[in-house]
Design a protein around this ligand. Structure first.
Ligand SMILES: *Cc1c(COP(=O)(O)O)cnc(C)c1O
Length: 229
């Protein structure tokens, strides 16, 4: 089977999963977007999936992301990994959406990078659902302040929230907590409509909890080599 046929089959299988999840949740399929997380996979795969109709791609390391964004400029690039402050300028030069805003100093750094590049970058506040620090994301209590900083920053547009389900705990209650954080945020910032949650292993829970942007790697591309998470 060619790589194109493999990706097409994976995309069709993903589409039926997302469709079924939407029907089960009583939601319209058009409410839920998919970011294809292409980390560790070559730009040639991005081109194949673009030609199969996908428009949004995600990366979690600046060096890989910068290279693929340059190779495939006619799609929307999402940065889904934690952003080191010294990489913020680079990330702001190609990313359309940064999913991992988790601290005030990153607002400053991304804003400076976006202004320098003459771009407007959408940012999502990453929310920690762990109840403990470690896997990235701001404490839910800190989200309003961080969101306010992002909304006021030149070159940035506050677009919503993002989370990764906690390790070793059920995803659904965590995604329900994210939905509550997102709803509270929208009361102050109605434009912050994106709720980015759900990966290959838990996208049904995310759809059930109201997420409107899924980040899917494995189900589309296959299993990543273990050392390249
Ligand atoms: C890798 C990654 C994904 C995709 O994960 P899969 O389980 O392969 O679908 C989604 N979100 C983030 C933040 C990631 O790092």
């Amino acid at each position: 089977m060619t790589r194109r046929a493999e990706l097409a089959a994976n995309l069709a299988a993903l589409e039926s999963r997302v469709g079924a999840a939407c029907r089960a949740a009583g939601r319209d399929r058009s409410e839920v977007g998919v970011v294809a997380v292409s980390k560790t996979w070559p730009a040639s795969d991005v081109v194949l999936l673009r030609d199969l109709g996908l428009r949004d791609f995600g990366e979690n390391r600046d060096a890989d992301a910068a290279q693929k964004a340059a190779a495939v400029p006619d799609v929307r690039w999402h940065f889904v990994g934690s952003v080191q402050t010294n990489k913020a300028r680079s990330v702001a030069s190609y990313a359309h959406v940064v999913h991992s805003l988790d601290r005030p100093s990153l607002v400053t750094a991304l804003s400076a990078g976006a202004v320098r590049a003459g771009r407007l970058v959408d940012v999502l506040v990453q929310v920690s659902l762990d109840g403990a620090p470690g896997r990235g994301g701001a404490d839910p209590d800190d989200v309003p302040e961080l969101a306010g900083l992002a909304a006021a920053a030149d070159g940035l547009r506050l677009a919503g929230v993002m989370a990764v389900a906690p390790l070793g705990a059920a995803a659904r209650p965590a995604f329900d907590r994210l939905a509550a954080v997102a709803e509270a945020l929208r009361s102050r910032h109605p434009e912050a409509r994106i709720v980015s949650a759900g990966m290959t292993g838990d996208l049904e829970d995310a759809v059930a909890a109201g997420a409107n942007l899924l980040r899917v790697g494995t189900a589309l591309f296959g299993t990543r080599p273990p050392l390249l998470r």
